[in-house]
Every structure is written in structure tokens, then in C-alpha cells.
Design a protein around this ligand. Sequence first.
Ligand code: FES
Ligand SMILES: [Fe+2]
Length: 456
Amino acid sequence: MTPKGSQASNQKCMVFPSLTNHKLPMRTYDILDLPLTYDANEMAMSMQLTSLISNLRPRQLLNLNFPNKDATLTCCAIRKSDHVVPETQSLVHQFNPTTPIEEAVTPPTSWYTDSSFFHFELDRVFYRGWQVVGTTEQIKDSRDFFTGRLGDVEYVVCRDDGGMVRAFHNVCRHHASILASGSGKKSCFVCPYHGWTYGLNGILLKATRISGMRNFHINDFGLLPIEVATWGPFVLLNLEKESLPQKEVDSHNVSKEWLGSCSEFLSTSGVDSSLSYVCRREYVIECNWKVFCDNYLDGGYHVPYAHKGLASGLKMDSYSITMFERVSIQSCEGSSEKSKESYDRVGRKAIYAFIYPNFMINRYGPWMDTNLVVPLGPNKCQVIFDYYLEHSLKDDTGFIEKSLQDSEEVQIEDIVLCEGVQKGLQSPAYSVGRYAPTVEQAMHHFHCLLYENLVQ
Ligand code: FES
Ligand SMILES: [Fe+2]
């Protein structure tokens, strides 16, 4: 029997007719078919079914007993990427991670331009493992919340009345309206569509006008939780893991899973919560998210050519690169000789940490900034910069403004480069490139990690 897939919730679901008890016709059911009947029992039934399915773990089997129908369906939720089309799979294998960097060619252009590859990446890379989504500054106090989207996943992160950080799918359980928007402070989430109201702990507090609805249990219709953790000033989500309400995440495990053996280095290199949060800058860039990462990971190769202002504050010959499991660290000493101003900003040593797949921490002088590269499509990403500063300088507005201006200049230069590369990748003139082995090791490491992630 060939099961038929449907997308009833945020997971792809397959529904198989039971082999034993089938007053429903013996066929494959599409969950989306059910609401098309106007029978009140059917409506209640489909609501119940949808609720069950959205709570299913991938590959978990479940028997569904239909009220008022002498029938059972067996249901199985699967990940969309379990149905990888062979062509997408073959694109992954066009990169060979075992070739030494001296001989290796870069991943093919399809990795940067193909829409099916992009969706495959979302499933394999971004819907697994810990992903940075924001800062603790955004949920400093109880009732603070912020929302966002990663791939197709809409999420809301909040701090509840007891001070606990929580995250949920930001989708109303009634008819899928986006529940909360933007960020701010709320004592509960009221759906803008028909007013269903959820607590900051995700519980459905009020479902409006449900009199007459049968087989509806309010406790089954809370917001679907997402596992959330914090590390230093960063908020992370893990979309893969089941999160039971009330569960506290062990921060040591998160540190190990997210940063591996680099966690100690980072926490002792001034990447911590003692810095003052300054501001956020966001840029939408017309390039694949990996183009921005590649640009970051070229070991300072482009700096003397593309960032002449920045280059004057760095001793480019002191550039060094260290690789950890999922992290690479590029570092460079500051140069006081050429420019006093840029030395004040960059300081004695700059550390550029790349945390696979899409997060960068830059620690230099009194500053730390982070870059989160959010994939928006095969040819588009958003880069979110958050700036932090040593506490003693937090009121020095002149210094802050000048530093932000310098940083913005570098960013604009990088945007021009990245958008130029994306256009080149789309051109028929280019298929693969090469690595400069003495400087582009971190980029090669990134591509190898990505390959491993995609074939898992
Ligand atoms: S969609 Fe939220 S209350 Fe109807
Ligand atoms: Fe750059």
C-alpha cells in the first residue's frame, strides 16, 4: 500500500487505514480531506485528529479511534526530508569532503541556488540541533516575549510569570493564525483571529464560542512547546527535540551539544553575560545564507582588498585559524601603528568565532558583536547584528556611534561582495571553485560539516 502524505501541521503526516477494523473505506486517508464533510461528528473528529498528529514525534505510530465510527486509523508522522528526491541527494554528493583542501573543489553552485536543496537544508541543518534565535536581553523580565521564523517554523519565546524561559510554535491551535507578533510584554497571548487565549506557559486558557463542539478537550489544545535554552547572553531553540512543559534544560548539556570542546575557550574569552547590550541592526541580503558564512570564513583573505579601513586596524600577518568540532576560531592582532581610532575599536586582539551552522561571535577590544544569518530562501538571507559593550563604556555615546558607523561600513562592503557572489553563482560561467589552502581552512571545515549534516 502506498501511503499518501499531507501537511496537516508542521510535520508531514501519513495516515494508514487499519487492517483490522475498517468501516471507513479501505483506502489511504489524507488528513486534510476530513474537514470537507459537514457532519458535526466529523468536524470534531478531524480537530481531534489534527491535535494528535501535531503532537506526534517523527516516526511515532499511533492508533486513532474515531468516536461514533467503528474504525481505527494508524498514523505515522515523518519528517519531510525522509522523502528526499534522489536528485537533491545527488547534489549533496557533488562535494567530496575527503579530498584534501589543496586539491578540493568547493560545493557546486546548486548548493547556493537550488530551491529543493534549500528546503532539504532547512530540514537537515536548521530543524536539528541548537539554533540561536535571540538574546536574553529580549526576555529580560517576566512577560517579555519575542517572535521569529526559522524556515517554516514560526516561534515565540517568552519569560513566564515564574521567570522561566519558554518557547512555543507561534501558531494558534484553532485555525492556525499566527498568534503573537513582533516583541514586547504580554500577560497572555490572545489570538487576533477569534480570540482563543493562551497563558505564557502555553496552556489554552480560553476557547471562544465552542459550545456544541464535541470531543474537545481544552488541555489537548495548548501551544506546542519547543525546547529552549540559554547560553551566556544567547537564546537557543532545538526544533527537533520534544519539549515537555515545565522541563528545565541542562545548560551543561546544551553547552556540550552546541559548542563541543570549544565551550570553555569561548566562556573564558570574554563571551559572557557581563557585557552591556547596546543595539541591534538587521540587513536583508540577496544571497544564499552560506555565501555570507563563506565570506566570514575566508581567513581574512578579502580584508585587505575589500575593507581597507578595517585592514588598517589589524595586523593581517598575525591571522590564525583554529578548528574545533563545530566551531572555528579566527583571530588577529590589532595594529596600533596606522590608526589610533580603529585600534580603540578593535583593541589588542580580535576573535572571530563561527558556530556551525549560522552564528558568529566577534570579540574585539571592548566590543562584542554577533551575526545571526537567517536563511530566507535560496537567494536571500537576513543577517542580524547584536552589539554588546564593556559596561564602563556603555554611556560613551560618541565612541559607540563612531564604532557602529565603522562596523556598518564593513557590513555594507560585505553586502556588496556577497550579492556580487550570488549573481556569479547564478551565472552559467561558474560551477565550482577552489580553496586557498593557507587561509580558507575554516570555510572548507564549514562545507565538510554541512556535507556530514546533509548525509546523516
Ligand atoms: S485562529 Fe486563533 S482563534 Fe481562530
Ligand atoms: Fe568582510
